[in-house]
Design a protein around this ligand. Structure first.
Ligand code: ADP
Ligand code: MG
Length: 271
């Protein structure tokens, strides 16, 4: 790709919203499209993304198969300059850099979030999660005020527009992805939809559809497989085919640049 690697950062300041799960699936989906993907886990304590991809590598060894995948690293340091050096190095050999971050306020998570080309914030359908972006009025559910995090990203984008953040080249696309949908009551869901729409206009993010609540997303972790690994999953029921489609919709909803030429191996397995 022409402008160097595209940085996708999965971030919000809360655990359990689906950052790591979504990050792994997006990374693998891009690898299936023939992109060279590096996954950098900044959550050096939980290392969910890293361990998922490690499990994937192990499954490949055990079954003597090659699957499209991402190279993976954990960054456990606390020095932004060191992280930039690693980013620079990986950027020379990859089309996409996928960063997963810990679910708390963390200086390095902020560092990469403010430099993302695509910032993905997964939210569960709940006002508890919504609170990470903005507070709503208790009576009317109208948005009352932006969260600290929304302010932070807002400021970063403003600075980027004025090009004061070095090495942030593109405009940031901030995408809020609804994760684990399907288990909230319809009325609650509608309120969240309305509040998100209102907030998206004020803060300048897009809302994209994410993954629905499915046991399979939890079960695949030990093998490191994803719903895209057709031949490896055994017989797939209809619900899994629907799930695979929702995964494709998620990836296309991120509007990522298309890698120059798909790798032949990936083309073959994606066919
Ligand atoms: N779409 C989904 N359906 C079912 N379980 C999910 C889904 N997304 C995430 N999970 C589960 O929810 C938990 C938190 O997800 P995770 O991706 O680790 O979130 P985070 O990285 O934001 O802390 C994990 O147990 C994960 O397996
Ligand atoms: Mg995580």
């Amino acid at each position: 790709m022409s402008n160097g690697p595209h940085r996708i950062v999965f971030a919000n300041e809360k655990g359990g919203t689906g950052k790591s799960t979504t990050a792994v699936h997006v990374a693998v989906a891009l690898a299936y499209q023939g992109a060279r993907v590096a996954a950098i886990d900044l959550d050096s304590r939980q290392r969910t993304m890293h361990r998922y991809l490690e499990n994937r590598a192990e499954t490949m060894r055990r079954r003597s198969i090659a699957l499209p995948t991402a190279t993976f690293e954990v960054f456990g340091g606390d020095d932004a300059g060191e992280l930039d050096a690693l980013t620079e190095k990986l950027g020379q050999e990859h089309d996409f850099l996928v960063f997963d971050t810990p679910g708390r306020d963390d200086p390095l998570a902020r560092h990469v979030a403010t430099r993302a080309d695509t910032l993905v914030t997964p939210l569960n359908d709940s006002f508890v999660d919504f609170d990470l972006i903005g507070q709503v009025d208790a009576e009317t559910f109208k948005v009352r005020r932006l969260s600290f995090y929304a302010e932070l990203i807002w400021e970063a984008r403003k600075k980027r527009a004025m090009a004061t953040i070095k090495d942030a080249r593109r405009e940031m696309d901030w995408v809020v992805v609804r994760n684990r949908t399907g288990y909230t009551e319809a009325r609650n869901q509608k309120r969240i939809d309305q509040a998100l729409t209102e907030l998206s206009k004020r803060v300048g993010f897009r809302v994209a559809s994410g993954l629905s609540e499915r046991v399979i997303y939890r079960e695949l972790f030990p093998s490191g497989l994803t719903l895209l690994d057709k031949g490896q999953l055994g017989e797939l029921g209809t619900s899994h085919l629907v799930a695979r489609q929702e995964l494709r919709t998620l990836v296309s909803g991120l509007n990522l640049p298309v890698p120059a030429k798909p790798a032949p191996a990936a083309l073959e397995s994606a066919a």
